[in-house]
Design a protein around this ligand. Structure first.
Ligand SMILES: C[S@@+](CC[C@H](N)C(=O)[O-])C[C@H]1O[C@@H](n2cnc3c(N)ncnc32)[C@H](O)[C@@H]1O
Length: 238
């Protein structure tokens, strides 16, 4: 049985998104980061020597053994006006249609064994965009409480690309980064997470975000413009 917690303008559900999502209202934007199916949740050893970044520091919960079913991606589309799906390159066989509106998170790493960046599939028509932000930014967000925690600034940047989205849902909420960005930017949020451990972290982080003054007041951007530090619009022929 799914459990619901309401914090400010956020409705957080502990449960399986395949069961909870059909019960939620239609939203303006799905901004999410599903399991990539690459075993990043602890069963593979990280090459990073910094113990704070080591995946061995996280319990193996087994949520990254496979990607969501095609039906889940159809559900995301059915329940929202627009979608931004991180890890889109891992789901190209399941996403609804080809897009030119890819997003790239450039992690600023070159020549290392870790990946240089991540890709998000979007349903939007905007030209491909890249955001440069070193993973070290995670420390500024309070560390990595989840093995694949996204930087808060990255999710805030995504929200800035869709300023008309007043209601946002993340059905693979993890530690709640999308919800924290929504709290900071004044968007209503619906989050779903299956693992109790991460759900509790998300509840705490979102509660703290509502207790703080808004961090990203200056990061608001107009349609098609970007004003967040580190953003870079690639030329059309890139
Ligand atoms: C890639 S992580 C998201 C990390 C998040 N972006 C953050 O910043 O913390 C994906 C999350 O989806 C959760 N998950 C996997 N399958 C799920 C399902 N069917 N319903 C709800 N949550 C699920 C996993 O437990 C995991 O925490």
């Amino acid at each position: 049985m799914a459990e619901k917690v309401v914090i400010g303008n956020a409705e957080l559900w502990l449960g399986d998104c395949r069961e909870v999502l059909p019960l939620l209202p239609h939203v303006d934007l799905m901004l999410t980061d599903p399991p990539y199916g690459i075993g990043i949740d602890g069963q593979k050893q990280s090459t990073n020597r910094n113990p704070k970044h080591s995946r061995k520091a996280h319990d193996f919960l087994g949520w990254d053994t496979e990607t969501p079913e095609r039906l889940v991606f159809e559900l995301l589309r059915y329940k929202s006006n627009g979608q931004i799906v991180w890890g889109g390159n891992y789901f190209t066989d399941k996403l609804p249609y080809p897009t030119k509106g890819w997003l790239f998170w450039d992690k600023g790493q070159r020549g290392l064994t870790m990946s240089d960046g991540e890709l998000a599939w979007t349903s939007f028509e905007f030209p491909m965009r890249a955001y440069t932000l070193n993973r070290v930014a995670l420390q500024a967000d309070g560390g990595t409480e989840h093995p694949t925690q996204k930087p808060l600034q990255l999710m805030a940047w995504c929200l800035g690309l869709v300023p008309e989205a007043e209601t946002v849902c993340d059905p693979f909420m993890g530690s709640g980064t999308t919800g924290v960005a929504c709290a900071q930017l004044g968007r209503a949020f619906y989050g779903i997470e299956r693992e109790r451990k991460y759900f509790d972290i998300a509840c705490r982080r979102i509660e703290q975000a509502y207790a703080q003054p808004r961090l990203f007041e200056d990061a608001k951007v107009g349609a098609g413009e970007t004003a967040v530090q580190g953003d870079m619009l690639l030329p059309a022929n890139a």
